[in-house]
Design a protein around this ligand. Structure first.
Ligand SMILES: [Zn+2]
Length: 345
């Protein structure tokens, strides 16, 4: 064992912060000794190791080499890894921090901030912010406080799912598939979504004004997001990738969506179906095929009642206003479609 003499304990070892991730701590240690993380790992006898692989699963041999160098137990080092995250959720672990706490020290990265559903700093009990630009600040604070209830419920389920401890149905992947299904055909920015532009500017921005934007079920389940998200950044990626690669605002909306669908899957999915167009409804029904049969039956029964009630009320309007054409009442139905989002019971 030629490498053994190189593994003398380091004279100074920086204290790790609570919940600090291994890559952050090793990076700080490397900087302290004036070297890159790669060079530091080499000094620890880990010349061919990738820091991201080490902090995902620290093997026994690697752990022993590192432990000898820093004078800590392997289990202490392993506590800084993502060992508790199940393989199916590895895509959720960001290489760096996703969001920032304005009060936390700049050089330290916490394990929690690697995950898309961590919206609050545990240490300072404040909301995390996006690394650049306004994100959650687009939502009024009073609304955020209400949304937090759903976001926290969604985040708890997501965290359990990542640890392989969520057995709820529909499952997390099934809920995210539903939320990211296009419920209507793509359409250019509506007037409400467009900035105020002069005629000249409208001509210059023709491409933006006519670009089709994907319309996903998330917009119906979380209309608050629909109202404030920048129109080009409204669509999210499909399924689990929506969270893995989403912005802070998108991930917050997705967590709210997961929270709401978990609390009232029948009400919210029936509302999405109600707001869908023909093609969108087909896509949604296809997605819903993965959900438990008994639940699907309740959803379609609720949809039938909503449609019955709505056509009844539309007929009432027509009876009172005999000159009104049928086509107009259809239009009315679409324009109000988002108002069907129910309360959580
Ligand atoms: Zn903090």
């Amino acid at each position: 064992m030629r490498a053994a003499p190189a593994l003398r304990m380091l004279p100074v070892v920086l204290k790790r912060e609570p919940d600090e991730r291994l890559s952050s701590w090793l990076g700080r240690l490397a900087r302290f000794y004036g070297m890159s993380t790669e060079a530091f790992l080499e000094c620890c006898g880990l010349s061919h190791s990738d820091i991201n692989d080490l902090e995902w699963r620290l093997g026994g041999g690697e752990g022993a080499l590192l432990a000898a160098r820093v004078g800590m137990a392997v289990e202490e080092l392993r506590a800084m890894t993502f060992a508790e995250i199940a393989p199916h959720a590895r895509l959720m672990v960001a290489r760096g921090r996703r969001y920032v706490c304005p009060l936390c020290r700049g050089g330290t990265q916490h394990k929690a901030t690697a995950l898309p559903w961590s919206f609050w700093c545990r240490e300072h009990a404040i909301r995390l912010a996006a690394r650049s630009g306004r994100e959650l600040e687009r939502l009024p604070e009073t609304q955020l406080v209400m949304l937090d209830l759903n976001a926290r419920a969604g985040a708890v389920r997501l965290a359990n799912w990542a640890r392989g401890r969520d057995e709820g149905l529909p499952s997390i992947p099934q809920l995210l598939d539903f939320l990211t299904t296009r419920h209507r055909r793509s359409s250019p920015p509506s007037l409400a979504e467009q900035p105020r532009l002069s005629l000249e500017a409208r001509r210059a921005n023709h491409d933006f004004l006519t670009r089709p934007i994907a319309r996903q079920a998330l917009l119906v389940v979380v209309p608050e997001y629909d109202r404030v998200a920048p129109v080009l950044a409204k669509p999210v990626r499909a399924g689990l990738f929506s969270l893995a690669q989403g912005s802070l605002l998108q991930n917050y909306a997705l967590a709210v969506g997961v929270g709401r669908l978990s609390a009232d899957p029948v009400g919210y999915s029936a509302a999405v179906l109600m707001a869908s167009d023909e093609e969108g409804e087909e896509r949604l029904r296809e997605t819903l095929r993965a959900w438990p049969l008994a639940l699907r039956r309740r959803i379609y029964a609720r949809l039938g009642r909503l449609r019955g009630a709505h056509s009844g009320s539309s007929l009432g309007v027509e009876r009172n206003r005999p000159g009104r054409k049928r086509r107009q009442s259809q239009k009315f139905r679409f324009s109000r479609s988002h108002n069907y989002a129910p309360r959580i019971s």
